[in-house]
Design a protein around this ligand. Structure first.
Ligand SMILES: Cc1ncc(COP(=O)(O)O)c(C=O)c1O
Length: 412
């Protein structure tokens, strides 16, 4: 029989960062401070120190913290109906699916709870579609090195960073990788055995890498030629992040399956897989599912986020903010010469460190936090910015002034 824990461990005890190391599985190593509240693009920690938030919960908080439209959708739904499971459907889920279908190439939507789950559904659907239409030999899934698609065993295997997928036993098979933007390599690998190609229309975690226009078109053409499905993982690029509802809408290439999460819920966990009715028909009742997928609270919040984000005002505002960010980052670089490239689209931006600072992106993140600004990294060489899509001009100016001071401290 286990011994009861002491009264000192009661819920009344002050919460400290040291307790994290004690009671949480050590797969994360969060910052030393604990944020306790947020408003717009500002966050306060336990000591009431204030931060400008350019991290946005890793490209999630597209309307900043506690946006009134989201708070009211959540409280309103919270007083009506929280959960049913998929034995029943619910109004928010149907309304959200209709809005997503009307705004994209897709006819039908499957709801999940995260990006990885949306991608897991996409990959399973592609395999089932290929089996039904072409037989057992059509299994190959091709993805790209440095790509990131989540942490379930299937999605992490399809992701192009072996360090994340190794050490867990036998991986799901028939998954292969080529370099992003290398159309020739893809062409060599593809055949009638290819079931699907999965890609991000701008690699996020891999270092903010945009695809060449000819590459994306070439991938689409190769998929058509070999009767393979093209899956766009828009978990990070989607929901306004690059200045259109989805990034594919600026690329002139339409995928067969698209996945969305992160900004879709603006901070409430939700994921979605969007596709055509013909492809969707292969996920017949019972083939796939989730207890929480399409939860009314999540869908009500996502609907509120959709109504704000999918407007000309917000989407064109993303482009204006992109220019401002890039200009101010360039000013910092003119003073301190630390970046060799400032890139990205919309408000998914990366500043790649030059050779003097190679491998030190985390030092910039830490120095930023010390000056009161939250930034992200994308690999060891890139400082990443994924703020709220409606961040105020004065928050961009103040946050980058703080980041500039952090860079000055590091670079002198
Ligand atoms: C492109 C992409 N796909 C999938 C995921 C996984 O999403 P989640 O962490 O919600 O499972 C991420 C997360 O960073 C991502 O950037």
């Amino acid at each position: 029989m286990s011994t009861p824990k002491s009264a000192a461990n009661s819920a009344q005890q002050a919460v400290t960062r040291a307790m994290f190391d004690e009671v949480m599985v050590p797969n994360y190593n969060p910052a030393k401070m604990i944020p306790v509240r947020g408003e717009g693009s500002r966050v306060w920690d336990q000591a009431d120190t204030e931060y400008v938030d350019f991290a946005g919960g890793i490209a999630v908080n597209c309307l900043g913290h506690c946006h009134p439209a989201m708070v009211s959708a959540l409280t309103e739904q919270g007083n009506k109906l929280w959960h049913l499971s998929n034995v029943f459907t619910n109004e928010p889920a149907i309304r959200l699916a209709k809005k997503l279908a009307d705004a994209t190439f897709a006819d039908q939507v499957y709801f999940a709870n995260s990006g990885a789950e949306a991608n897991e559904a996409a990959l399973k659907l592609a395999r089932r579609w290929a089996l039904d239409n072409h037989g057992e030999q059509k299994q190959q899934i091709i993805a790209f090195t440095k790509g990131f698609h989540g942490r379930t065993f299937f999605t992490v295997t399809v992701g192009g960073q072996p360090a994340y997928s190794e050490g867990f036993g036998p991986k799901p098979g028939a998954v292969e990788h080529v370099a992003y933007n290398d159309l020739e390599a893809l062409e060599k690998l593809m055949s009638e055995k290819t079931c699907a190609v999965m890609m991000e229309p701008l690699q996020g975690e891999g270092g903010i890498i945009s695809p060449d226009q000819e590459f994306v078109q070439g991938v689409r053409d190769l998929c058509d030629k070999h009767h393979a499905l093209l899956i766009f993982d828009e978990v990070q690029t989607g929901f306004g992040r690059t200045g259109s509802l989805y990034a594919y809408q600026q690329l002139g290439v339409t995928p067969d399956i698209l996945t969305s999460a992160k900004a879709l819920g603006g901070g409430f966990p939700i994921g979605a897989m969007l596709t055509t009715a013909t492809i969707a028909s292969h996920l017949k009742p019972g083939t796939h599912g989730s207890t929480y997928g399409g939860n009314p609270l999540a869908c009500a919040v996502a609907e509120a986020v959709f109504d704000v984000v999918n407007t000309d005002e917000v989407l064109s505002g993303v482009k204006q903010r992109e220019s401002m960010f890039k200009k101010l980052l360039q000013d910092i670089n003119d003073r301190h010469n630390v970046f060799k490239d400032i890139r990205g689209q919309g408000l998914l931006l990366g500043a790649e460190l030059n050779d003097t600072w190679a491998g030190k992106a985390r030092d910039f993140l830490n120095a930023g936090a010390d000056e009161g600004v939250m930034v992200l990294i994308a690999g060891p060489n890139v400082v990443r910015f994924a703020p709220s899509l409606i961040i105020r001009e004065q928050d961009i100016i103040e946050g980058l002034a703080r980041f500039g001071r952090a860079v000055a401290k590091l670079a002198g």
